[in-house]
Design a protein around this ligand. Structure first.
Ligand code: GLU
Length: 304
């Protein structure tokens, strides 16, 4: 896969970081949405659908409100804009699409910050109705929640210091301090498949990136698309190198309460419609694409 895709990401994102830094404050043309990686997003049209009584769709639609768990610190995917103080990114757009299909106006959406480790709990205890947060679909998580999607497939990768040429893939991690978020698939994979590495965990990837900057750790490991966002962030210009050798598939799903099959079908329909009518692609283009990343073909949803 993935080496080709990553090369594309790197080629496109790293020059952008340089360009943004070189442009100083005058970055309006590249970031017209005013956010962290946000391009020009438009609110999707709010549907006027009647749902069967007793379904989650009817409940949410009648309430005109939905709580969506998202990340706040992943540029291009889910990050709080310094300008608007609202979360922005591709995951946020997926959340908005779902709300619109439920007939919920944008002001009925409450975005709630989740970190990797509390996503299942937030769904199980009703803190959120759904989670759209770089959330890998896997069997372990499916024991407690369900997933619609996937709506994107990332791959685990490594971010290292710009001058560090000792790490060029996961086989170079023996004796290296590798940071990932608690409760994430990357930290588990480091522990299980690379036992000679020294895992270091924090709640968020920002903390890992700060540790890398401070020389306290040797690498940050998570999904390529997340790391690419940090590598392209002008505030880290020249600091990091994205290794570009992915070593997993991370299919991103929308997390929902376990056993709510009607709602899962509705979410899958919503994703499929967005693939067909072009809103998935325009959402990608307006967020991750604003950094020059080309939208891939959307993955097929898995109606398990
Ligand atoms: N996609 C991976 C996961 O769900 C890593 C990214 C994250 O921690 O959100 O665990």
């Amino acid at each position: 896969m993935t080496t080709r895709r990553l090369r594309l990401l790197l080629c496109l994102l790293l020059p952008l970081a340089f360009l943004l830094a070189a442009c100083g404050d005058d970055d309006e043309g590249l970031d017209s949405g005013g956010g962290d990686g946000g391009g020009e997003t438009t609110d999707p049209e709010v549907a006027d659908t009647e749902f069967d009584d007793g379904t989650t769709m009817a409940e949410l639609s009648e309430a005109g409100a939905i709580k969506i768990g998202v990340k706040y610190d992943q540029p291009g995917l889910g990050a709080v804009s310094l300008d608007s103080e609202e979360p922005e990114g591709f995951d946020i757009e997926i959340g908005k699409l779902v709300a619109a299909q439920l007939g919920i106006e944008p002001d009925g959406i409450e975005f709630i910050e989740t970190v990797s480790a509390n996503r299942e709990t937030f769904i199980e205890n009703g803190t959120v109705d759904i989670v759209v947060a770089t959330y890998t679909i896997n069997d372990e998580r499916k024991e407690v929640i369900d997933f619609a999607g996937p709506y994107y497939v990332a791959g685990q990768d490594l971010l290292v210091g710009a001058d560090d040429d000792s790490i060029n893939g996961p086989d170079d991690l023996a004796g290296k301090r590798v940071c990932a978020a608690s409760g994430s698939t990357p930290i588990e994979r480091i522990r299980e498949d690379y036992p000679d590495a020294e895992p270091v965990e924090f709640d968020t990837y920002t903390e890992c990136v700060d540790q890398l900057l401070a020389g306290q750790i040797d690498a940050v490991s998570t999904d390529d698309i997340i790391l690419a966002g940090y590598a392209a962030d002008p505030q880290y210009e020249g600091e990091f190198r994205l290794v570009g050798e992915t070593f997993s598939d991370e299919p991103y799903g929308i997390g929902l309460e376990k056993g709510d099959d009607e709602f899962r079908s509705f979410l899958n329909d919503t994703l499929e419609e967005s693939y067909e009518d072009g809103t998935w692609e325009s959402s990608f283009d307006a967020t991750l694409g604003a950094s020059g990343v080309e939208a891939p073909e959307p993955p097929e949803v898995d109606r398990y």
